[in-house]
Design a protein around this ligand. Structure first.
Ligand SMILES: NC(=O)c1ccc[n+]([C@@H]2O[C@H](COP(=O)([O-])OP(=O)(O)OC[C@H]3O[C@@H](n4cnc5c(N)ncnc54)[C@H](OP(=O)(O)O)[C@@H]3O)[C@@H](O)[C@H]2O)c1
Length: 260
């Protein structure tokens, strides 16, 4: 029974920002769990293509490069997907960005860039794909949307990443309101709020042994998150194992929030 509960068999998925970091860990998890096909998007076409080829070692992975911060590109990518598939089972809104600057210098462009990709894009991509997500969804076999937010959306990070926490708090809220709206269409909407994970975004800390150790000392489970830590939760939320869960924000942070 457990194998069936966590199986991604027959599922067609789209993961934004799937070419690196958490998006690639989630994609690998879906493929390992037997997903039929996982599409990934990211801006740099070559890197997106190369990542899809590398991930295809574990199952079928296809690149549809695009800049998800643009409404035109969201429509184009959704259209491209619509030409290849008649429905979608799982959407992971993972692509995200950050901008840190001292309060006195914090630029409007940085604020807008973060808000657009982290909060606005998941909403409009969901809007563009809601029809495909509801197409085959039934009460017994729901579709699943997973928004990747952050523990920074519920606690002040203190690192002058002002727009980041605000954008993730906004996405937590979008998650609950869309969960309520889409439940009758048999689409579940949940969020994963990661703490620290190894990726390009956090390399400035992970490549500094002293700074990394200082973070380990602060985190109750004394480490950062790894690929399987995010893949496991994502597979749970996307598969039958999460069939009765909607509107939740699941924190995956090694207990960091407990001491913040
Ligand atoms: N790493 C952590 O500790 C951590 C903690 C909490 C939350 N998160 C969240 O996890 C998500 C993934 O972050 P990560 O750490 O894995 O970062 P990452 O390694 O920098 O990966 C970001 C991915 O998003 C893509 N991307 C960026 N801007 C895009 C755009 N405008 N359109 C389409 N794709 C775009 C990137 O590819 P291109 O550059 O080629 O576009 C890349 O594939 C983000 O939402 C982040 O906020 C991460």
């Amino acid at each position: 029974m457990l194998e069936d509960l966590f199986s991604m068999r027959d599922k067609t998925c789209l993961v934004t920002g799937g070419s690196s970091g958490l998006g690639s860990y989630i994609t690998r998890g879906f493929l390992d769990a037997g997903a039929r096909r996982v599409y990934i998007t990211s801006r740099k076409a070559d890197a997106c293509q190369a990542a899809a080829e590398a991930l295809s070692e574990f199952g079928e992975c296809i690149a549809i490069p695009g800049n998800m911060a643009s409404l035109d590109e969201i429509e184009r990518v959704a259209g491209e997907l619509g030409k290849r598939e008649d429905h979608l089972d799982v959407l992971v809104n993972n692509a995200g960005t950050a901008w840190a600057a001292p309060l006195a210098d914090y630029p409007e462009s940085g604020w807008d860039k973060v808000m657009e990709l982290n909060a606005k894009t998941p909403f409009f991509l969901t809007k563009a794909l809601a029809g495909m997500l509801s197409k085959r969804a039934t009460p017994e076999s729901t579709s699943s949307i997973i928004n990747v937010t952050s523990v920074a959306g519920s606690i002040p990070a203190g690192d002058e990443n002002y727009a980041y926490g605000a954008s993730k708090a906004a996405l937590d809220h979008v998650t609950t309101s869309l969960a309520l709206r889409l439940a009758r269409k048999n689409i579940r909407v949940n969020a994963i709020a990661p703490g620290r994970f190894y990726s390009k975004m956090t390399r400035y800390v992970s490549e500094d042994p002293k700074a990394l150790q200082a973070e380990f000392d602060m985190i109750p489970l004394q480490r950062w998150g790894e690929d399987r830590d995010i893949a496991g939760i994502a597979v749970m939320l996307a598969s039958q194992a999460g069939a009765f869960v909607t509107g939740e924000v699941i924190t995956v942070d090694g207990g960091f929030k407990l001491i913040a």
